[in-house]
Ligand binder design. Structure first.
Ligand code: NAP
Ligand code: MG
Length: 401
């Protein structure tokens, strides 16, 4: 059979450790035999980031802006231990942070749902996609620990020198103070990314804050979302048959637990941090979470939500067998190929992505899976496969579809 041709290259960002091993296997077994794969390759492995003084990360983000679609392997975010392990010149920043800053994007995370891996919440029939605002609030805070009585004030000095002051608290004893901020620009980007993604995936969009208590800060989020929705998206949502819905965060939490799933839940930075871990663990496994960064200008970067699976890599280096789950990384590729196919009007690419996803899910549902899933599945008599054989089994399934 002739291989599927591509028009525009995908930006391919290679990564580190066990996921780098899986990356190669996925390409060789599941992609290259079927697609005349066109990629612009960037090696974001830590060794190469160090050699290029991290320029490769910046270049890969620029290439993503140019071509519109990227697929990324998990990468190491260096810490003190990595400095010695890789003999680094500097503690390079998190590649995801660099890419997110360059694309000004919002991250959407959704679980891959398969029969036999049931969510803890029984009524969740469809995936819940979590959209986390990735700028500001408590993640860019300023704090003071107060040791005794005194007056805390919030002061804003405008460019012309005018001051606006609000009393925070008259302390009679020790305590704590925190200053946080956000910008209309960032909230606006976040809102547009959420509305666009809802249209793109034809799912309702929920957004929640605590605007009843935070009458200016949280209310500003609510107002910006509402304003953009009414001006730019109301008609498109109605035409697509989807809904935008705002509620209080506590009401949202209660409703999410009773919902069937199949919607996008947009969260402020902190809520998104906390709720995405809750939603992903309730759905079963980190290795089954997809992640896509969407910029307000419509640029997409697909990846797995998990890291480089360091513990498995060290076993692999010692020559021991690993059973690392490649599903989220496979879905990063299928997501990127499908989007590329959509943009380039190549329906064969989208059809290939659908078929490879089905082959992956069918393989698991037939009882052939990696160890992490075997530990939590409700299926009986499962076959636990090693990293390589799992990918080979997916290929066998693919060939039968
Ligand atoms: P991790 O790589 O996500 O792995 C944590 C644990 O989760 C693993 O030890 C493994 O548990 C399980 N797990 C995760 N993915 C799995 C998979 N595909 N198959 C089977 N089990 C899986 O997180 P980490 O160990 O905290 O971080 C390792 C490195 O990844 C760090 O250097 C970090 O900076 C980086 N990281 C990168 C990204 C990214 O690029 N997006 C995201 C997060 C972390 P068991 O060991 O119990 O089997
Ligand atoms: Mg977290």
């Amino acid at each position: 059979m002739a291989k599927i041709a591509m028009k525009t290259p995908l930006v391919e960002m290679d990564g580190d450790e066990m996921t780098r091993i899986l990356w190669k296997m996925i390409k060789e077994e599941l992609l290259l035999p079927y697609i005349d794969l066109k990629t612009e390759y960037y090696d974001l492995g830590l060794k190469h980031r160090n050699e290029t003084n991290d320029q490769v990360t910046i270049d890969s983000a620029e290439a993503t802006k140019k071509y519109g679609v990227a697929v990324k392997c998990a990468t190491i975010t260096p810490n003190a231990a990595r400095m010695t392990e890789y003999d680094l010149k500097e503690m390079w920043k998190s590649p995801n942070g660099t890419i997110r800053a360059a694309l000004d994007g919002t991250v959407f995370r959704a679980p891959i749902v398969v029969k036999g891996i049931e969510p803890c919440v029984r009524n969740w029939e469809k995936p819940i996609t979590l959209a986390r605002h990735a700028y500001g609030d408590v993640y860019k805070n300023t704090e003071i620990k107060v040791n005794g009585p005194g007056k805390a004030e919030l002061v804003f000095t405008a460019e012309d020198g005018t001051e606006t002051r609000e009393l925070i608290h008259d302390f009679t004893g020790a305590g704590i103070i925190q200053g946080i901020h956000n910008t209309d620009k960032s909230i606006t980007s976040f809102a547009r990314a959420c509305f666009n993604y809802a249209l793109d995936t034809k799912q309702d969009l929920w957004f929640a804050t605590k605007d009843t208590i935070s009458k200016k800060y949280d209310h500003n989020f609510k107002d910006i979302f509402q304003d953009i929705y009414e001006k730019e998206y109301d008609e498109k949502f109605k035409a697509t048959g989807i809904e935008y819905f705002y509620t209080l965060i506590d009401d949202a939490v209660a409703r999410v637990m009773k919902a069937k799933g199949g919607f996008i839940w947009a969260c402020k930075n902190y809520d998104g941090d906390v709720m995405s871990d809750m939603v992903s663990s309730a759905f079963g496994s980190l290795a089954m979470m997809t992640s896509v960064l969407v910029s307000p200008s419509g640029v997409y970067e697909y990846e797995a939500a998990h890291g480089t699976v360091q513990r498995h890599y060290y076993k692999h280096l010692k020559g021991e067998e690993t059973s690392t789950n490649s599903v989220a990384t496979i879905f990063a590729w299928t997501g990127a190929l499908r989007k590329r196919g959509e943009l380039d009007e190549l329906p064969e690419l989208g059809a290939f992505a659908d078929k490879l996803e089905k082959a992956t899910i069918d393989t698991i549902e037939s009882g052939r899976m990696t160890k992490d899933l075997a530990l939590i599945t409700s299926l009986k008599d499962v076959i636990v496969l090693n990293s390589e054989n799992f990918i080979k089994e997916i290929r066998k399934t693919f060939e039968t579809l």
